[in-house]
Design a protein around this ligand. Sequence first.
Ligand code: NZQ
Ligand code: ZN
Length: 382
Amino acid sequence: MQFSYSNPTNIYFGQSQIAAITRAIPSDSKVLVIYGGGSIKKNGVYDQVANALSDHQWQEFSGVEPNPSVETLNKAVEIAKKDNITYLLAVGGGSVIDGTKYVAAASHYEGDGWDILTGKHKVKSAIPLGAVLTLPATGSESNKGAVVTKKSTQDKLSFLSPHVQPKFAVLDPDAMKTLPQRQLINGLVDAWVHVCEQYITKPAEGMVQDGFAEAILKNLKTLGEDFANHDNNAWRANLMWNANQALNGLIGAGVPQDWATHMIGHELTALYGVDHARSLAIIQPSLLRNQIEFKRAKLEQMGQNVFELAQGPDLAERTIDQIESFYHNLQVATQLTEHGTDKPAAVQAVLNQLQTHNMVTLGENQSITLKKIDEILQSAIA
Ligand code: NZQ
Ligand code: ZN
């Protein structure tokens, strides 16, 4: 264990906390409020934000799509530069928050903002931003990461920078009341896989990291088993806080991390439009079975501590079966069908994209080579 850790995002958690943005954003700011396709107009969130900003100078940019595109976001960058915006407020799910992070960084860069995603430009500063979360899943509201898509080339890439970590995030579970079941399930699955990416690796004797990861996994399992009763305050609040804690840097500090499921999943979203969380459920069981010898010890630990399985030589195998059942019980598929019927073409298309993005040695051991990814895709694609 060797790390430096800080999570500087100020969290305002609970009902009616949207009002807190009045104080959280300096009163002399020129604010650009960024949101998506309009869900915030149907659940009262937009009105609460407008109310809280009534003494601020502000304007808005809407239309950030799920899996936000650089094509759309560059229009917001133009506005931010032209109107000398000094504060950004993202109101929405992971896509809006990630998109706002891109706008924040690209507005402080004279070149093509896409350079931030390819790594050609390293972010040195950004417009400060805050977030009002309406869909718990990604953890983006209090982390340094963002994922942006270039539609024209079907490239879905990510960047990390401390400069785009939100200064504050409002987590009001009431904002979730209008979420369709599909998005609630996506939130459960995405948060679950975030914990797995930082936990199902190799033993590192991180007692706090392992213990906290197992607590979040058990909580998400309970929320999934209780999905029929999701329409209540405690269920919503607990999903919101668990999803935040799953990817705010804490459980991954100083321990090995994987992220191969995410890197391969991103290509399924870019090529076939699969929801982010669902792309993960498609890849992960096949990947775990492929890499079982590297991950056996942690799978056994998870089997005992999360699923309460009995000891035995096939404990790791049974743990993967339980993970797959967790998805199936939520009606989430673990094989790709969105590609149509030409499986060889789909496998090749994903492999080609991964090669283009230089994602050819993945995982905590760098053991997920292109050959292994091919095997994983043969089982993950129907
Ligand atoms: O656009 P609106 O109208 O707001 O509708 C959205 C969107 O259609 C809707 N929605 C959000 N809140 C709602 C609501 N509908 C009704 N009521 C509400 N309260 O939900 C739809 C999906 O939203 P989106 O933001 O795309 O979902 P999510 O939060 O799952 O974000 C997915 C994106 O985050 C990236 C993913 O790759 C994907 O692009 N990720 C970001 C990460 C990060 N920054 O750390 C990590 C993740 O692993 C992930 O890769
Ligand atoms: Zn994710």
